[in-house]
Write a protein that binds this ligand. Structure first.
Ligand SMILES: NC(=O)c1ccc[n+]([C@@H]2O[C@H](COP(=O)([O-])OP(=O)(O)OC[C@H]3O[C@@H](n4cnc5c(N)ncnc54)[C@H](O)[C@@H]3O)[C@@H](O)[C@H]2O)c1
Length: 361
């Protein structure tokens, strides 16, 4: 179980590891995290009021970190941080605003950069806006972190960088971005590598596959398939499936994703110093198991209260550019970060679909 009580940078929870194998060992005890003047340094989460960010913030705050969040609330919500209100400093501001970014990053020991416009369709209709927020915004965060000597940085990239390459997707295959969102996420990875290798910023990129779980939005251009299906079923409406429903995705629960971010920060901290240039710094975050969209529907139905109507999907034509099979190679993250997903799709979807306090089918 992840969530509050787990450990991120500065934590010492089980399973939080530094680099595995031959690698740098100069960053102190495993999981020791950023420290300053005898107490853990503050950490910054950009986009921390969003879906993944808010779960990470809960995890970090639960491990005793002083967490700052910089979020323009364009798709994130203050309510997402309700469980940690009082423990976390939320600044409403943009990574595109140097003043807001500078104030938020001053004195922090670690940065998690999740702020982005996370939508492929929106990137197609407004590629310049995507480049500005996801590209310029990432450059701003990296450049300032390098200037301030931040001890570790984790950047949220995406499996979208693999485009339509054949699965399973390994970090050293491709990439082949086929939309502006994917291209700019890849740009962010390259910028992170430049800052790591040339400017000494210990930076790691995580390629998230299909993250799902509580607080994921069912509306807006960036909405995921799981909340859309769950929302339709909850409202007694037939879910819409594009294509035959047999296309697969590699789903990873958001609490697992938050744990991966914390592990990546530990790894990044140990990348500082000489000898680390040849170590990998880009990792898939996924379960390594792919499921069809029809299976997702079945799992959601299984978690619902018995007695309701069986809502069969409505099939619409497949959307151009949607990959047929998405499945990650997860060996590198397991070997180097010590990360393996723990929450199965059946468990995660049953939790999502269950009526509050109610019985399951
Ligand atoms: N959810 C997934 O399955 C998935 C998959 C791959 C990658 N990612 C990446 O993970 C990160 C988090 O995604 P999410 O699913 O939580 O989306 P989200 O929309 O819930 O989170 C993004 C957050 O960034 C904030 N934001 C946007 N522009 C900003 C700006 N200029 N300055 C400050 N804050 C800004 C939003 O308000 C929001 O809170 C993103 O970088 C996304 O590209 C997510």
């Amino acid at each position: 179980m992840a969530g509050p009580g787990g450990a991120g940078p500065g934590g010492a929870g089980p399973g939080e590891a530094g680099p595995r194998g031959a690698g740098p060992r100069g960053a102190g005890p495993r999981g020791a995290g950023p420290r300053g003047a005898g107490r853990p340094a503050a950490v910054l989460v950009t986009g921390g009021a969003g879906f993944i960010g808010s779960h990470l913030v809960e995890r970090l705050a639960g491990a005793g970190h002083r967490v700052r969040v910089l979020d323009d609330l364009s798709s994130g919500r203050e309510d997402n941080l309700a469980a940690v209100r009082g423990d976390v400093t939320l600044t409403r501001g943009s990574v595109l605003d140097p003043g807001a970014l500078g104030a938020a990053m001053e004195g922090v020991g670690a940065v998690f950069h999740l702020a982005a416009r996370p939508s492929v369709p929106e990137s197609l209709s407004d590629p310049g806006g995507c480049l500005e927020t996801n590209g310029r915004g990432t450059l701003n965060v990296l450049a300032l972190a390098a200037k301030l000597g931040v001890g570790r940085l984790v950047y949220a990239s995406s499996s979208a960088v693999y485009g339509d390459l054949p699965a399973p997707h390994a970090e050293d295959a491709g990439p082949r971005p086929n939309n502006p969102y994917a291209a700019v996420k890849l740009l962010g990875e390259h910028l992170a590598e430049y800052h790591r290798l040339s400017l000494g910023l210990p930076a790691v990129s995580l390629r998230f596959f299909n993250v799902y779980g509580p607080r994921q939005s069912a509306g807006g251009a960036g909405a995921g398939v799981v909340p859309i299906f769950a929302d339709r079923l909850a409202r007694g409406l037939r879910p819409v499936v594009f294509g035959d429903g047999l296309q697969t995705r590699d789903f990873v629960h958001v609490r697992d994703a938050a744990r991966a971010l914390a592990l990546a920060a530990d790894y990044a901290g140990a990348l500082a110093g000489g000898g680390a240039a040849s170590l990998p710094a880009v990792f898939n975050v996924a379960s390594g198991r792919s499921h069809t969209l029809l299976e997702v529907l079945e799992f959601l139905r299984a978690g619902r209260a018995p007695g309701g109507p069986r809502l069969e999907p409505v099939f619409e034509p497949a959307r151009p550019g949607d990959p047929r099979i998405s499945e990650a190679a997860v060996g590198l993250a397991a070997g180097r970060l010590g990360f393996a997903a723990e929450i199965s799709l059946a468990e995660g979807l049953a939790e999502l679909a269950a009526p509050p306090g109610g019985a399951r089918a």
